[in-house]
Design a protein around this ligand. Structure first.
Ligand code: ADE
Length: 235
């Protein structure tokens, strides 16, 4: 899967994507990243990419021309690559959206800055408006990285242990059960006995119960949804 990131801060994006699991996956060829510096596409002789907002008001707006030309540079003839504009005005990103997007062959992320991007170029290019939550960040790079990370790790081959993407939080609508590692006793606290019993059925049952209890306590909204979707109403 190929990710194109249109940004005014390519160094920030590259540093992040070359690191850790995503960097390794890109080296292995499971995924690839292509960072596009929007500033390289401006026709302004001073390399300007922003200007004042029509109608007045504080802050600058990213102009349509450099954004459009940067976007065009990664589009293929006849095909439109799904284009995500990261913005607090979008629908909220979820694991479900990550799963759905992981099925794409290519994705474009447009990272905005200043007071935003000229509306006309958004109308021409964007297929999905997505937010990472109800708070405002200084730019679109961090939210784009959050989404790229969540999507990329679902691409086959990116995670070494295929199981870990299957049992984790949200996979079945519940939060993941607690995990323990050695030593058996740490700071006076022992690992729950069932986990060293060797009885896999019991362990499975314990984990399911823990998942349910944890979800009920920490995310009652998810718990309600899980219960309503998993309760059989029989006569
Ligand atoms: N840009 C600024 N804040 C954002 C947010 N919460 N989500 C996505 N993009 C953003």
């Amino acid at each position: 899967m190929k990710f194109h990131i249109l940004t005014l801060f390519p160094d920030m994006v590259d540093t992040c994507l070359q690191t850790s699991i995503l960097g390794r996956a890109a080296d292995n060829g499971c995924i690839s990243f292509h960072t596009v510096n929007i500033r390289d596409y401006t026709l302004d002789k001073h390399k300007k990419v922003d200007d004042y907002t029509y109608g007045g008001g504080a802050g600058m707006v990213m102009q349509a021309q450099p954004v459009y030309d940067a976007w065009k540079s990664v589009q293929k003839d006849g095909e439109r690559i799904r284009t995500v504009y990261v913005t607090p005005q979008g629908r909220t990103f979820t694991q479900e959206i990550a799963r759905e997007m992981a099925g794409e062959e290519e994705l474009i992320f447009l990272c905005g800055h200043y007071e935003g991007v000229d509306e006309r170029v958004l109308e021409e290019t964007v297929t999905d408006y997505i937010s990472i939550g109800d708070y405002v960040l200084t730019g679109g790079e961090l939210p784009a990285m959050v989404m790229v990370d969540a999507i990329a790790r679902l691409v086959p081959g990116v995670l070494h242990n295929a199981e870990s993407a299957q049992t984790e939080s949200f996979q079945n609508g519940l939060l993941e059960y607690p995990q323990y590692s050695r030593p058996f006793c740490w700071n006076g606290k022992e690992v729950p006995e069932v986990l060293v019993s060797g009885d896999h059925k019991k362990i499975e049952k314990w984990r399911q119960e823990q998942s349910m209890a944890r979800t009920k306590e920490r995310r009652p909204d998810l718990y309600e949804k899980y219960i309503s979707e998993n309760t059989c109403i029989c006569k």
